[in-house]
Design a protein around this ligand. Sequence first.
Ligand code: 6PG
Length: 253
Amino acid sequence: MTDSPGTVVVHPDPDALAEAVAARLVTAVLDAQAERGHAHVVLTGGTVGIAVLAAVARSRATDAVDWTRVDVWWGDERFLAPGDPERNETQARRALLDLVPLPPGQVHPMPADGDPGDDVERAASRYAEELASAADPGASPAVPRFDVLLLGLGPDAHVASLFPGLPGVQEDTAVVVAVRDAPKPPPTRLSLTVPAIRSARQVWFVVAGADKESAVLAARGAHLPDEAPGSAVRGAQRTLWLLDRAAAGTLPA
Ligand code: 6PG
C-alpha cells in the first residue's frame, strides 16, 4: 500500500492504553455528534478491544454521550451460538453496551450461529444487507459512514477476521465475508472486508504486547495484503496506531 501508514501514539502499558483510547473514543463520539448529529462506531474483539470498552464504561466522560445518537457495529465476530461468552458481542455487552442507554435497535451485532437453516455464508449476506439498509443512498461501499473503526492486530498482522492466506483478505466487492478455518479459534467467523474498513473516516489500530511488535511493523509497511492484512487497511481521513510501549518497540512516536 502506498498510502500513509498513519500516526503513532505510544502509551506506557496496556492499562494506560485502554484508558487513553477510551477517552479518545468518547471525544470522537462527542465530536461526531456535534458535527454531524450522530456517531457510527465499529467495535473489535480481542483483549485490548474489550478492555477499551470497559474503560469507557468506567469513565465519567461517558455521561456526556447522548447514546440515542450512537449506532454500534462490529468489524468481525466469532460465528458461535447466541450469548456464547467467546462472541465479541457478548463480551462487548458485558463490558459496556448493557451498561449504557443505547436503544436496542442501534446495536447491530453480526449474526450468531443459531438461526435454523442459517450458515455463515448466509449470515454474511444478512449483515451486508443490514449495513446497506443504514447506508446513505448511493454510498459505495454500501455501509454507513463509520466515524471510528477499531481494530486489534494479531501477531500475524491479521485485522478483524482477515487472516494471511485466507480468501477474505482479497475480497474487494462484498462488504462482509464468511471466514472458515481461521488460525485463531474459533475457526468460523464473519468479517468486514478491506473496502468496508477503508470506508471509515478513522481507523484506529489498538495494539499491546511485545508479541505484536513485528506485526505492527509489517502492517505499517508496504507489504502485500495477503502477507500482512493490516497493511491493506487505512482510514479514509485518519489512521491511528494506538500502541503500548511493548508493541511499539523501536517505532518513533
Ligand atoms: C477477534 C478480533 C481479532 C483481535 C486480534 C487481537 O475476534 O479475535 O477481532 O481481530 O482483535 O486478534 O486480539 P488481542 O488483542 O487479544 O491480541
